[in-house]
Design a protein around this ligand. Structure first.
Ligand code: TNX
Length: 530
């Protein structure tokens, strides 16, 4: 994309012997040209056809037009107005009409070709922008593209005149993988609903469509379960979390609000209850969940692999079924994650016994089970989705599961773990999977990363963020940005578009946007920030 600007700039300089000027400052008969080029978006769109003769400039009379009778299009229209009004200062009324004149039009059509059920077509002509899609999710994705095509807002300097110009042409776009996820760990440190909402808003801009919440672990239990009420009052109470500094939990009402907020951004919540290991919070809260009937002490350190539910006890399965039933009832999304990682205190035989009893419970309550990749050792039915978190490119159990027909989620720890340090100087994070600079996060292929697990077996990608060392939303943002957009692009954009030079230039342009929104980020030396 950038190439075009450079070549044109060189030509102009050579032919007209004029000094090259930045695109934004170029005066034409129609005022300042667009600051952005049509493909300058993360994730990079599948097909881009620029047309420099049809740039469109938003003005005080621009409206957002949605089809009469389409509640879904209106919903996206209101969202778009909500983000564009404060930036542009224009009123951008959301109207359902086909009046003529300057407009951003949102059109739902079941027959829109080439966009699938998550994609969109965006046309920029002289009198307006039209986004077409088959679904609300597609319109919403198109709206995110439009946001990034507009210039970054410069609030601090009112003397800089913004021309809210969108570059002309057509984008036809749809995702490579259906599932693009991020994960937050609420167990090691609880993050407040307001912080989670703010992260959701950021995720949505990069077309992430799932948020996995790691709700329970050795250090704390973070979701209300009515049939076992002490899980939250004790297991999530004062003194819980790493160093005892991360107490808190979501009530069912708060969880429902988060589910609805995420849904308004076309993001599905995937809740996780980790078992049969990572269960110390439940086991210190309820002594009957231990084989010897004795509650262990609470743990606030970051060791892993020491806890296990009692595999031979019926109380365990009553507990697990109660939790799955209540969690499934409050989760409209199709997936429920049962963890299953690092069960080092459970024998292999017990692990299989446990999974063979628990996986059908997930199905009994109408959900599809996700599990960390260890779940593949239990030869699960093809409906179960193992989530790969290993650091190597070989995993026989995963490859066998893929051969049996299981779809997998790719989140290799040495590429996509947002809690790994960027380098030795990063003040936050861990380093057991190595340092991950932004280029490391970008340079891998989810469709061929693990031998024997090909493109067709990959449901999608996920960027987990574990919170052993994190406290605040600033901490979350500092670890997520700029690596999260790298994972988002791997999940959305066609493999053929993969190109570090292009990505790093587009990423640089996100910097001023994060600054203006007050989003903390790591100024990676690999990026030429403006
Ligand atoms: C490994 S990844 C874990 C988590 C830790 C994480 C820290 C996985 C499935 N288990 O319990 O929080 O490393 O990076």
């Amino acid at each position: 994309m950038r190439q075009r600007r450079t070549i044109l700039g060189l030509l102009a300089t050579a032919v007209l012997c004029l000094p090259a000027v930045p695109a934004a400052a170029t005066q034409t008969g129609h005022g300042p040209g667009p600051e952005r080029e049509l493909g300058d978006v993360i994730p990079v769109p599948a097909e881009v056809e620029p047309n420099s003769r049809t740039d469109f400039t938003l003005g005080p009379h621009t409206s957002i037009r949605t089809q009469a009778g389409s509640a879904e299009a209106k919903r996206v229209g209101r969202y778009l107005a909500g983000v564009l009004r404060p930036a542009t200062g224009y009123s951008l009324p959301v109207v359902s009409s086909d009046r003529r004149g300057s407009a951003i039009s949102l059109v739902l059509s079941k027959h829109e070709p080439k966009v699938g059920d998550q994609g969109y077509r965006l046309d920029v002509g002289r009198s307006g922008v039209t986004i077409r899609a088959r679904t609300g999710a597609g319109l919403f994705a198109g709206a995110q593209t439009l946001r990034q095509l507009l210039p970054a807002r410069i609030e601090a300097d009112r003397t800089v005149r913004r021309a809210w110009t969108v570059p002309g042409g057509t984008i036809v776009d749809k995702p490579r993988f259906a599932y693009r996820g991020a994960m937050l760990d609420l167990a090691r440190h609880f993050h407040e609903p307001a912080e989670i909402r703010s992260y959701i808003d950021e995720l949505a801009q990069y077309k992430i469509n799932h948020l996995h919440l790691h709700l329970t672990d050795d250090q704390g239990w973070r979701i209300q379960i009515d049939s076992w009420p002490k899980l939250t009052t004790v297991g999530g109470g004062p003194g819980t979390g790493v160093d005892g500094e991360g107490p808190g939990f979501l009530t069912k009402a708060e969880y429902a609000d988060l589910v609805a907020y995420a849904a308004s951004r076309y993001i599905t919540i995937v809740p996780e209850i980790d078992m049969p290991g990572h269960t110390n919070a439940a086991q210190w809260t309820y002594a009957e969940l231990n084989c010897d009937g004795v509650a262990p002490p609470p743990r606030t350190d970051i060791e892993v692999g020491y806890s296990s539910l009692c595999i031979g006890s019926e109380t365990t399965y009553r507990f697990v079924e109660d939790v799955i039933r209540e969690l499934a009832a409050m989760t409209p999304g199709p997936y429920l994650h049962i963890g299953g990682d690092e069960a080092h205190a459970t024998t292999d035989e017990d692990y299989r016994t446990f999974m063979n009893r628990v996986l059908p419970l997930v199905e009994k309550y109408g959900k599809q089970a996700f599990g960390w990749n260890e779940v593949a050792q239990a030869d699960p039915p093809a409906s179960v989705v193992p989530q790969y978190w290993g650091t190597t490119t070989e995993n026989a159990d995963l490859a066998e599961a893929a051969a049996r027909g299981n779809k997998v989620i790719m989140s290799p720890a040495n590429k996509s773990y947002l809690d790994m340090k960027y380098d030795a100087n990063t003040p936050l994070g861990l380093q057991w999977a190595g340092f991950i600079e932004v280029r490391d996060a970008y340079e891998w292929d989810p469709g061929s990363h693990v031998t024997g697990v090909g493109e067709q077996s990959v449901l999608g990608v996920e960027a987990p963020l574990w919170s052993e060392t994190l406290r605040s939303i600033d901490d979350i943002e500092f670890m997520a940005f700029p690596r999260l957009p790298a994972i988002a692009e791997l999940g959305w954009s066609p493999r053929a578009s993969h190109d570090w030079e292009s990505f790093s230039q587009r990423l640089a342009e996100q910097g001023p946007r994060w600054e203006q929104r007050g989003v903390d980020f790591y100024r990676s030396p690999q990026i030429d920030w403006p």
